[in-house]
Design a protein around this ligand. Structure first.
Ligand code: SF4
Length: 259
C-alpha cells in the first residue's frame, strides 16, 4: 500500500475538529521517516531509521525562518489559524534541537499570532528525557500515544525497542498532571500471522485503568484512516469506537472519536 511523506518543513494549514486550522511542522527529513517506533499502521510507512545524524534534520534557524515567513504571510492575508502542530515524518522530539525549536515557536507565536495554540504529536517515548519534558510542558497541547496497557501488544503494534518501558512512561505522563491528550489508535487484524485487536474487552478494560491513572484532559479514540505498510489490518468499527469513548466519558473525561 502506498504510504506518504511530507516533503516540506511547513505544511497545511489543514482543518481538524480537534486542532481547528492547523499549520503543520515536519522536523524530520522530507524524503524519509525517522522514528524510534515502527508502528504497523504508520501512514509514513516502515521505519528504516530510528535516529538520524544531526545533518539529516532541518537546521533550527531554517525552521524558525520558514515558520516566521509563513506566519507573517498568513497574518497579512488574514488567514485563520488556530494551532501550530509538530507532526510529520516520524517522531518530532528526536530532532536534536527540539527544545530550542519549541522556544523559537513560542517566541514567534507570541509576536505574530498570540492567541493560537502550539501542539506536539508524540509517541511519548522521550518524555523521560528532562530536556524534552521541559520543552513539552511549555506548550499548550501535548498529544501523547499509548496504544495498549499490555507491553506485548505495544511490542506488536508499535514495534518498540527493548528499552521502551510502559510503566516509566506512565509515571512520567503523570507529571503532566492531566494537562495533555492521550491518543490511542485501535486496530484489528494480524501481523506476521499473530492476531491483533487492541479494541477487545480485555484490552480496553486494562487501557481504561491507565486512563484512570492519568486522567488526561482529552482522550483521542481513533482507528486507521489511510494506507498502512501492511494489508492485514482493518479499521475498528465506528460503533466499537463510540462504545470505548463512552467508557472514557463515564470517567468524567472528554473523548474525541475519529472513524
Ligand atoms: S510513532 Fe508515529 S511516526 Fe512513529 S512509527 Fe508510530 S505512527 Fe509512525
Amino acid at each position: 500500500m502506498s504510504t506518504f511523506l511530507f516533503e516540506e518543513i511547513i505544511f497545511g494549514p489543514v482543518t481538524s475538529r480537534r486542532l481547528g486550522a492547523s499549520l503543520g511542522i515536519n522536523l524530520l527529513p522530507g524524503d524519509r521517516k525517522i522514528c524510534n517506533f515502527n508502528c504497523i499502521y504508520c501512514e509514513c510507512g516502515w521505519t528504516k531509521k530510528t535516529h538520524g545524524h544531526r545533518s539529516e534534520y532541518p537546521v533550527r534557524e531554517h525552521v524558525k525562518d520558514e515558520l516566521k515567513q509563513r506566519l507573517l504571510q498568513m497574518k497579512s492575508a488574514g488567514e485563520p489559524l488556530d494551532t501550530i502542530t509538530y507532526a510529520g515524518n516520524g517522531e518530532p522530539t528526536l530532532h536534536p534541537d527540539f527544545p530550542g525549536i519549541i522556544d523559537d515557536c513560542i517566541e514567534l507565536r507570541d509576536q505574530i499570532f498570540p492567541d493560537i495554540s502550539i501542539a506536539v504529536l508524540s509517541n511519548a517515548s522521550r518524555i523521560s528525557n528532562a530536556n524534552i519534558f521541559n520543552a513539552l510542558i511549555k506548550i499548550d497541547q501535548n498529544i501523547l500515544k499509548i496504544d495498549s496497557a499490555f507491553p506485548e501488544t505495544i511490542k506488536l503494534i508499535n514495534q518498540t525497542k527493548a528499552d521502551y518501558n510502559l510503566d516509566s512512561i506512565i509515571e512520567k505522563m503523570k507529571m503532566f498532571k492531566g494537562n495533555f491528550t492521550l491518543q490511542t489508535l485501535f486496530v484489528k487484524g494480524s501481523y506476521q500471522e499473530v492476531p491483533i485487536d487492541n479494541s477487545s474487552d480485555k484490552e480496553v478494560q486494562a487501557w481504561l485503568e491507565i486512563v484512570k491513572l492519568l486522567m488526561p484532559q482529552t482522550v483521542m479514540v481513533y482507528t486507521i484512516a489511510r494506507d498502512t505498510p501492511i494489508q492485514t489490518l482493518e479499521k475498528v468499527s465506528a460503533s466499537r469506537l463510540d462504545a470505548i469513548a463512552e467508557e472514557v466519558r463515564k470517567l468524567g473525561l472528554e473523548a474525541a472519536v475519529s472513524y
